[in-house]
Write a protein that binds this ligand. Structure first.
Ligand SMILES: [Zn+2]
Length: 375
């Protein structure tokens, strides 16, 4: 089991500050994980991602399996070496993409048959396939293969998907236990709780998976289009049902206030594409909310994106300049906006952590929500 130390807990909520160590370094929680779908955090180099404060990033199994393919990544010695990232790496199971991007042909007890969203070619993912791919990618944290039911889902379907997820969780662990790590360092496995928005299913799922020997647990099946109140309720409930002494990861969340509220619910790890995707679309984050930087209002605004930010972009460049670059579709505009947004999200979880360690999380959270003034 991955040693996870809880260093401090907030007396007024379930927030905690902790740390765990993988073979590629220490991860201090709460932590935000930038997403590197194709083996790159879009527009920035690994060194820049590290300088923004990242200790762990995420790679996507489904995309990397399709392109460039496993042979090339294995011959590089794994994804860390292929992409030049020497810190911790988490890979998803591919399940979410198979269910959301690919054309599904068949779901059976054994796995899923699907057609690639790229060229229609036919593939099969089973728990063993998914873990084999992640073993070759060489991630420090692998995710068990799961089925994420869509929202909305009838209860009967959500229950079937959950039951398959439990069966697949056992098969995923079995594969990992039979096949040691490929590159000589430990690979941990997290289980994924499902159950849709149904509280009784979440109870069943959390209890079932907690009995298996996972290194940590993820809350899956949230941020899939459900109303905000369901996202919060499901996150709070599921986090409260998971083991205290293991990391809890909320998949695909999210917006700054959702992250902060979920930290209060006891979540330790987050990933989301929004800082990088929104940067390229001209939405930049500040402690007073996000700004559509391409708007005419910023055409002659010579101040930085955020006066309080000490990132490379804010130290050197104005809103007017970033706006101009983005409107000209200059690559540098994408790079500078991405650097700033990553810096903001990483600073957000860092500040949450510091406030928990200082025993001031609730005051910090209230002040953040008041000044950020968006949901
Ligand atoms: Zn900045």
């Amino acid at each position: 089991m991955i040693p996870f130390d809880v260093l401090a807990s907030d007396p007024d909520s379930h927030a905690r500050a902790g740390e765990f160590v993988t073979s590629h370094g220490k991860v201090e929680t709460p932590v935000f994980m930038p997403v590197g779908t194709h083996g790159a955090v879009k527009a920035v180099t690994p060194d820049e991602v590290r300088q923004c404060g990242a200790q762990i990033i995420l790679g996507n199994t489904y995309h990397l399996y399709l392109r460039p393919g496993l042979d090339i990544i294995e011959s590089a010695g794994g994804l860390h070496r292929f992409m030049g990232w020497d810190q911790s790496l988490l890979t998803d199971s591919g399940g979410f993409q198979v269910f959301s991007l690919a054309d599904l042909n068949e779901i059976t007890e054994d796995g899923v048959v699907f057609q690639s969203h790229l060229d229609g070619s036919r593939h099969q993912f089973s728990p063993a396939h998914s873990m084999r791919i992640q073993r070759i990618l060489g991630s420090d944290i692998m995710m068990a293969f799961d089925e994420c039911a869509p929202y909305p889902a009838e209860k009967q379907y959500a229950a079937e998907a959950m039951r398959r997820t439990h069966h697949w969780a056992e098969l995923s662990l079995e594969y990992v236990q039979k096949n040691g790590p490929l590159y000589g360092y430990d690979q941990n496995v997290f289980g994924i709780v499902q159950g849709g928005t149904y509280e009784d299913l979440r109870h069943v799922s959390a209890e079932y998976l907690s009995r298996l020997e996972f290194d940590g647990y993820a809350i899956g099946g949230v941020a899939v289009g459900e109303p905000k109140k369901d996202l919060r309720r499901t996150t709070e409930l599921t986090a409260s049902l998971l083991p205290e002494d293991q990391p809890r990861y909320l998949m695909g969340v999210g917006k700054p206030v959702d992250i902060v509220e979920s930290i209060a619910a006891g979540v330790d790890m987050f990933d989301c594409v929004i800082p990088t995707r929104n940067a390229r679309n001209g939405l930049v984050y500040t402690w007073h909310g996000k700004r559509p930087i391409r708007n005419a209002a910023y055409a002659d605004d010579q101040t930085p994106i955020d006066e309080q930010c000490d990132c490379y972009t804010c130290r050197r460049f104005s809103r007017a300049y970033i706006r101009h670059l983005l409107n000209m579709n200059e690559i540098l505009g994408h790079r500078l906006a991405t650097l700033h947004n990553l810096h903001f999200f990483l600073k957000l979880t860092r500040r949450a952590r510091e406030s928990i360690l200082a025993g001031q999380f609730s005051a910090w959270k209230n002040e953040f929500i008041r000044t950020y003034a968006e949901d």
